[in-house]
Design a protein around this ligand. Sequence first.
Ligand code: FAD
Length: 230
Amino acid sequence: MQNIYEPIPVKIQKIQEYSESVKLFRLAKLDGSAFPLNEKGLVFMPGQFILAGMWGYGESPFGPASHPNDSSCIEIIVRKVGQVTSAFHSLKEGDELTLRGPYGNGYPVDFFSGKDVILVTGGCGIPPIASLIEHIISNRNDFGEVHLLYGATTPDDLLMKDRMNEWRKKINVVLTVDKPACNWDGNTGFVTDCLEHLKINPANTVAAMCGPGPMISAIENLLNPIGIPD
Ligand SMILES: Cc1cc2nc3c(=O)[nH]c(=O)nc-3n(C[C@H](O)[C@H](O)[C@H](O)COP(=O)(O)OP(=O)(O)OC[C@H]3O[C@@H](n4cnc5c(N)ncnc54)[C@H](O)[C@@H]3O)c2cc1C
């Protein structure tokens, strides 16, 4: 049985640089074995978090962005803000970290089953929503309409754009930015503006969110009065 409190040595298999301050790290177990699965056959529940650590620097929590079915690796997206995250950004492929968890409850995916799902996120909040999207796509018939509303300051701040073509084949992806660039063909404004343009059936819709507090409050102020829980 897995001990979620014991740090596992992992190797950085791949680093993808989204911007000067944001990188994706693909982590695989150092001994090459698979990550353990939970009772649902998943490495983690979408929305759970793990603690990634670097000897001499410390540990920080991250919400995995990878497919929860994929036991070969765990991907985290790290924004450089302080001591631990800056140390991570100095690493290269092949270097080692530790990883333990997962912790927390994650999103109630069984409760989402059979319902329309609205996913709302902003900026660096995309990782747990990305793992939820992968789970939904793998079990697409279990869910009704699925909408992703994703906002960021500029088009360059939108992460995981490389995965969105695949997502668009299965769910409705709506992107919006505060400050559009000249070649931007998505929406301009807040995710709340995009939400107001969706046709929603409140009786059979749930919402999952991850992002800045003010964004979550603004979305709750629109959804809760029409009876949609988050
Ligand atoms: C459940 C959960 C999931 C998360 N998932 C993600 C994720 O997927 N991706 C991600 O990038 N982040 C995620 N985070 C946030 C991430 O864990 C933190 O950004 C990280 O722990 C910061 O660690 P650090 O040592 O780099 O920063 P710290 O050094 O602890 O600094 C943190 C903040 O405090 C400020 N600060 C530090 N020292 C001072 C000081 N002396 N005075 C004033 N301000 C100071 C820093 O500028 C910075 O903004 C998550 C957090 C939680 C709780």
